[in-house]
Design a protein around this ligand. Structure first.
Ligand code: AMP
Length: 190
């Protein structure tokens, strides 16, 4: 079972991933978390990506793919992965297929978390106040939503063509969203 969590910034990918981990015991890989860990550690990669993240721009595919590949290939004994924040463009989606093929796997289902833009912005501003994330401010949020619309949205068609696309409505509560997520995963694993 390999799940791609898809959706705009603030659409609840991380929150739902945590719930999926509890319920289905999968390995959660968030490329945003991997990058923030590099920044915190003060690594070379961290120094390269810090400015880009603060501006809401995408980090280069080379860096992201290397981090992701390492994480997938060094994780043993897992029932599968949840990819959160990856792929963010079609080239990354193609690489993900290749990496999974290498371990005899494929993407089982892609969950597209749909949230109204007004709600996305409210949630991101609130998260910024609570967590202090450098990119959860109004100016950067606008850039991130532009990047999502222009670069990331075509990834949706990529998975629609593969027949593993599922739409989830996340305008309601966390619980209402998870009920749909759970049903989609159970259906996909039949
Ligand atoms: P996230 O935590 O998923 O919202 O990611 C935060 C930031 O990390 C994004 O705005 C990008 O700058 C960078 N990032 C995370 N994942 C990727 C990815 N798959 N490709 C490129 N940049 C990424």
């Amino acid at each position: 079972m390999n799940i791609v969590m898809f959706g705009a910034p603030g659409s609840g990918k991380g929150t739902q991933s945590d719930l999926i981990v509890d319920r289905f015991r999968l390995t959660h890989i968030s490329t945003g978390d991997l990058l923030r860990a590099e920044i915190k550690a003060g690594s070379e990669i961290g120094k390269k990506v810090e400015g880009l993240i603060a501006e809401g721009k995408l980090v280069s595919d080379d860096i992201i793919v290397a981090l992701l590949r390492k994480k997938v290939e060094t994780t043993k004994d897992t029932a599968g992965f949840i990819f959160d924040g990856f792929p963010r463009n079609v080239a990354q989606a193609e690489v993900l297929d290749e990496i999974l093929k290498g371990i005899g796997e494929r993407v089982t289902v892609m969950l597209d978390m749909e949230v109204e833009e007004k709600t996305l912005i409210e949630r991101l501003i609130l998260r910024g106040q609570q967590s202090g994330r450098a990119d959860d401010n109004m100016e950067t949020i606008k850039n991130r939503l532009d990047v999502y619309r222009n670069v990331t949205l075509p990834v949706m068609d990529y998975y629609k063509k593969q027949g593993c696309y599922r739409q989830i409505n996340n305008n309601g509560t966390v619980e209402q969203c998870f009920a749909q997520v759970e049903a989609a995963i159970e259906d996909a694993s039949k």
